[in-house]
Design a protein around this ligand. Structure first.
Ligand code: UYC
Length: 231
C-alpha cells in the first residue's frame, strides 16, 4: 500500500535527514501534489539553508522542470538554497548551477578557477595556486564554495568532508588517498577519466586538488580557519 501524500508530508517534518531524503524522492515521484509539499517544505527551510534535505528538495523541484516548480524556484530561490556570500565580490552562481545539474566535472573545474580568482590575477594567469595564497582566502568565500558542494552532493563532497576524513585518519595523507579514491596501491588516479563524476564516488572524492606540485595547497585548504569558524 503506497503512502498518501499527506502521510509523507507528516513524516517529512519529523524524520532524520537520511529518512527525509527518501521521503523527498518519494514525494517527487507522486507528481504535482508531492511537488506542492516539497515547495512548502523548501520555503520553511529558507532560514536554514545548510540542511542537506533543503538541497535535496531543491534538486527534486529543479528536476521536475514544470512551469509551476520553475516559477517557484525562480521567485523564491533565484540563486539556489545556499546564500552565495562572497567577501571577494565573486559570483558563485555558475558553480551553483553546475552542481544543481550534478555536472560534477565542470563544477570541479570551475571551482578551481574560482579559487584562482580568489587568489588574484597572478594565480588566474598561472591557473594553479600557491599554498601561501590559500592562507589568505576569506572564510566567507571558502564556506560558500564548500556548502554548495556539500548541499548538492547529499553530504558526500566538499572540503569540509575531506577535512573530516583527514582528521579521522590522524592527518595521514597516505591513508587519505585510497580512502577518497585518489590512489590505488602505488598508482595515482588519472585525471579526468579515472575519477568518478557522480554520487557513486567515495565520500570526499571531490573537489579535486592536483597533487602534481605537492600536498601543501591541499593541506592549506583543509587547515583553513573556515572549517573551525562560524559566521
Ligand atoms: N590528478 O593524479 N595532473 C590535473 C588530480 C597528480 C597531472 C587537474 C588528482 C599526480 C598532470 C586536476 C590526482 C600526477 C596534469 C588533477 C591526480 C598528476 C594534471 C587539472 C590524484 C602524476 C596536467 C587542473 C592525487 C603522477 C596539468 C590542473 C599540468 C592535471 C587532479 C599529473 C584537477 C586529485 C601526482 C601532468 N590533475 N597529478 O591542476 O599541470 O591542471 O601539467 O596529482
Amino acid at each position: 500500500v503506497s503512502n498518501t501524500v499527506a502521510e509523507l508530508q507528516r513524516q517529512l517534518k519529523s524524520s532524520s535527514e537520511k529518512k527525509q531524503q527518501a521521503l523527498i524522492q518519494e514525494l517527487a515521484n507522486t507528481g504535482t501534489a508531492g511537488l506542492d509539499v516539497l515547495m512548502e517544505f523548501l520555503q520553511e527551510q529558507h532560514a536554514n539553508p545548510t540542511i542537506l534535505s533543503a538541497g535535496f528538495a531543491y534538486q527534486a523541484l529543479h528536476q521536475a522542470n514544470m512551469p509551476k516548480t520553475n516559477e517557484f524556484l525562480q521567485t523564491y530561490f533565484p540563486t539556489g538554497v545556499v546564500p552565495l556570500r562572497s567577501e571577494a565580490g565573486i559570483d558563485y552562481t555558475p558553480v551553483q548551477q553546475l552542481l544543481v545539474k550534478q555536472d560534477f566535472l565542470a563544477a570541479d573545474r570551475l571551482t578551481l578557477e574560482k579559487l584562482c580568482e580568489l587568489a588574484g590575477a597572478a594565480a588566474l594567469q598561472r591557473r594553479w595556486l600557491y599554498f601561501s595564497e590559500v592562507d589568505n582566502f576569506p572564510i566567507t568565500d571558502l564556506q560558500t564554495i564548500d556548502i554548495l558542494w556539500v548541499i548538492h552532493s547529499q553530504g558526500k563532497f566538499g572540503f569540509s568532508v575531506q577535512r573530516e576524513l583527514w582528521l579521522s585518519l590522524g592527518k595521514n595523507w597516505e591513508k587519505l588517498w585510497p580512502k577518497i579514491g585518489w590512489k590505488t596501491g602505488n598508482r595515482w588516479t588519472r585525471y579526468p577519466h579515472e575519477f568518478i563524476w557522480d554520487l557513486s564516488a567515495p565520500k570526499g572524492h571531490l573537489p579535486l586538488s592536483n597533487q602534481l606540485r605537492g600536498v601543501r595547497v591541499f593541506s592549506s585548504l583543509l587547515s583553513h580557519p573556515a572549517w573551525s569558524t562560524r559566521i
